[in-house]
Ligand binder design. Structure first.
Ligand code: ATP
Length: 218
């Protein structure tokens, strides 16, 4: 499994459709300061579902959309696609090649796609969970990430090791189940309240029913 292609359109400084093909070995991006090197790694993080705009070096969601220059108008949407080669089936999906796409319009409308089929952010997160590729995976090592690994805070270190150990999926499912259980407990409480209310009415209704029957018989 390896990252084969990155396609950007309208993302930060990449106004025109840009394709970056990655081949075997190491690919290095070089360029002068401010030419958009970090924007490429921001794009990868973004398409993998990054929700923290601070992590993408912006202040609001639409900061990822090409804002325009003196000679060029701003664009209405940003789109990034990542194509991953998956012949060894490391990604839990029956395709030898997987393309994940994220799109954002200035209106706030957003979309995620797996092989051009609309999906939820959750599907993309689950696809990459425990592969090390996800937005929290260890395959994107920025300066902050090194600090996290070396951090004294055990919680920060734990996240990295859990992803490497492949147990994030189970922890996420456990959290989801705990949430559902909590909601079910609340529903049960509500049902018990309703039952108590109904039970309180049974006796007076029984008396009324007896009286009505007596009246009908008389
Ligand atoms: P350095 O070597 O200094 O780290 P870099 O090559 O990593 O630089 P980036 O930080 O990736 O450069 O790119 C910064 C450039 O991207 C700036 O010129 C900035 O104006 C441009 N940029 C960022 N967001 C947008 C946007 N929404 N629309 C247009 N241009 C943008």
């Amino acid at each position: 499994m390896y990252l084969k292609k990155i396609e950007l359109q309208g993302f930060k400084s990449f106004a025109d459709k840009t394709e970056i093909e990655l081949r075997d070995g190491i690919t290095t991006v070089v360029g002068p300061n401010g030419s958009g090197k970090s924007n490429v790694s921001d794009a990868i993080r973004w398409v993998l579902g990054e929700q923290s705009i601070k992590a993408l070096r912006g202040t609001k969601a639409e900061d990822v959309i090409f804002v325009g220059t003196q000679s060029r108008k701003s664009l209405g949407f940003a789109e990034v696609s990542l194509t991953i080669e998956n012949t060894n089936g490391k990604l839990p999906i029956e395709f030898a090649e997987v393309t994940v796409t994220r799109r954002l319009y200035r209106s706030g409308e957003t979309g995620y796609f797996i092989n051009k089929t609309p999906c939820r952010l959750k599907d993309i997160s689950e696809l990459f969970m425990d592969t090390g590729i996800g937005k929290d995976g260890y395959s994107i090592i920025g300066q902050g990430k090194i600090d996290e690994i070396l951090s004294n805070k055990s919680e920060d270190r734990r996240n990295i090791f859990e992803e490497a150990a492949g147990i994030v999926k189970y922890r996420t499912r456990k959290l989801e189940s705990e949430k559902k259980l909590e909601q079910t407990k609340l529903n049960l409480l509500r049902i018990n309240d309703i039952l108590t209310e109904i039970e309180a009415n049974i006796e007076p209704l029984q008396i009324q029913s007896d009286k009505a029957k007596k009246f009908l018989r008389a």
